[in-house]
Ligand binder design. Structure first.
Ligand code: BG6
Length: 511
């Protein structure tokens, strides 16, 4: 294949501009819309990746006029965008396409009105009937909205330019995710459905595929013969903020593992897809999830650690206990930290443990995947004990300080033969002269408008991810305080998580 025909290369090089469309944002006055969606759309517009006809129809309970909506969104973009986007001609051009509809989405009548408003806007703005519905609402509203859209004939069908983006959490367990999928697919064909996971929009996460499948040197060693184990760590320094109500219901497994961490696992472990296309990539991810060994029959007791933060200091500032946060029960046993040991039972990964951990109010924010190689098979250098040799590690830094490092042993200069691990380090910032990494939502919103669902989760994939966690959820949802490991805020989590690896003669990488 000539270099220019390489689909990865083409995919990355092409600047793609969306077709005219209306993005209908349900929950337009909410946090997600203000913090993420509007800044991302304003940035796409400033980068001229949206056509002039592009229109947003914000839908919410707040009784705003179009003009009031524009003003509120201008304030949001000024506050939350990484750069100045809320002023000048570029803002004017974008704001001209912002419209608003006040609606009580629980009432069936509003969907007919919505259909009429959309038809009017199509005429005025030239959006040709192309629509993206964005559910930026509490999950309890998903089914009524989807049903309402269906009743009003707004679901249309495949190939009509109508799409729907669904935020996480997608269900709260396997059964509710299956029920939601059924509701969604009654109105929308699967090809119209975009289940969003913002981790897939992160540059470094996409780079994982490029690193693995656009470099020849890696593949021969990316397997059980050479790799000892894999660590996936997503540490956050923040607590749950004002999301106590949501978090009490969710906990760390639903909030971070079911989506972000399992997605990272899939990308590390999957086989090369036959093409860099939505279904080919997702087929391979589903195979990984299906191969994850079940944690049922008590396996979760030895392979899973649950923790909750108590008061401490994070980055030098006092940080309160989870149980003292607003909306949290004072005797809550909701886990804010988890560590899991998973196995992927297939030819490539048999016997290679994948250790996953994530928690809130830890020492600092950092996400990293470390692929730890086996020791060399034979010790050549006399006087060097096996324990003195540090195995090779490839660390993929997802955020911050995005990059990839390879650690290996080197000879210390001098007449005696002594060694020390050293690092070859690639940093996104210096290699590409980037001050800020591109925003994940920008990439994902644009992909959806372009009809590319490669970076979105498919129906069977989301169900397979729930299936992996279901035994642990079942156990933890009914657990008492016994076995809940309290960890001080600002540390790296409970000691039991260290024990999980120590029992296997391993330890977490320092981050
Ligand atoms: C969200 C979770 O999906 O991801 C939050 O609901 C979490 O609890 C966030 O803080 C982390 O995302 P990021 O991009 O900051 O790593």
């Amino acid at each position: 294949m000539a270099p220019d025909e390489n689909p990865l290369r083409l995919g990355m090089r092409r600047e793609r501009i969306a077709e005219p469309c209306i993005m209908v944002i349900f929950g337009a006055s909410g946090d997600l819309s203000r913090r993420k969606l509007m800044p991302a759309l304003a940035s796409l517009s400033a980068r001229r990746l949206l056509p002039p006809e592009f229109t947003v129809l914000g839908v919410g309970r707040t009784s705003w006029s179009d003009e009031q909506f524009r003003q509120a969104m201008q304030e949001a973009v000024a506050e939350f965008a990484d750069r100045e986007l809320a002023a000048g001609d570029q803002w004017k051009a974008f704001a001209g396409g912002l419209m608003y509809q006040c609606a009580d989405l629980g009432s069936a009548d509003v969907y007919g009105e919505l259909a009429r408003r959309l038809a009017d806007l199509d005429r005025i703005r030239g959006t040709g009937g192309n629509r993206v519905f964005y559910l930026a609402m509490p999950p309890s509203m998903y089914a009524p909205i989807i049903g309402g859209l269906g009743e009003a004939g707004l679901g249309s069908g495949p190939g009509t330019g109508t799409r729907i983006i669904i935020e996480k959490p997608f269900g709260r367990d396997l059964a509710s995710a299956q029920a939601l999928n059924r509701d969604v697919n009654r109105v929308f064909d699967e090809s119209q459905v975009y289940r969003i996971d913002h981790y897939l929009g992160k540059e470094t996460v996409q780079n994982l595929l490029v690193f693995r499948f656009a470099n020849a040197f890696l593949e021969p060693t990316w397997n059980r013969q050479f790799i000892d184990h894999v660590q996936i760590s997503v540490a956050e320094d923040i607590g749950i903020g004002d999301r106590g109500g949501y978090y009490e219901e969710a906990g760390v497994l639903r909030d971070m593992f079911q989506n972000h961490l399992l997605q990272l696992l899939c990308l590390v472990a999957m086989e090369a897809p036959v093409a860099f296309e939505a279904d080919a990539v997702r087929d391979e991810k589903v195979k990984v999830l299906r191969a994850v060994r079940s944690l049922d029959a008590g396996a979760h007791r030895v392979h899973a650690v649950r923790g909750q933060y108590v008061a401490g200091q994070v980055l030098g500032r006092p940080a309160g206990a989870y149980r003292d946060a607003g909306g949290v029960h004072p005797a809550s046993v909701t886990p804010t930290y988890a560590a899991l040991k998973l196995h992927v039972d297939n030819w490539r990964w048999q016997g290679v443990p994948f250790y996953l951990r994530s928690g809130k109010q830890l020492a600092r924010k950092t996400s990293e995947i470390s692929v730890v190689y086996r020791q060399v098979p034979h010790l050549l250098f006399g006087g060097v004990a096996r324990a003195d040799l540090v195995p090779n590690v490839i660390s993929l830094r997802i955020q911050p300080d995005e990059g990839i490092a390879l650690s290996f042993e080197a000879k210390r200069p001098g007449t005696s033969l002594r060694m020390r691990p050293v690092e070859m380090d690639f940093s996104y910032g210096s290699a590409f002269g980037l001050l800020e990494m591109p925003n994940a939502y920008e990439r994902l919103l644009l992909d959806c408008m372009l009809g590319d669902s490669t970076l979105f989760t498919r129906r069977d994939e989301v169900e397979a991810a729930w299936r992996v966690l279901q035994p642990v959820l079942d156990a933890w949802d009914h657990a008492t305080e016994e076995g809940l490991e309290f960890y001080e805020s600002g540390t790296w989590g409970p000691a039991a998580a260290d024990d999980l690896l120590r029992a296997d003669g391993r330890r977490w990488r320092r981050m």
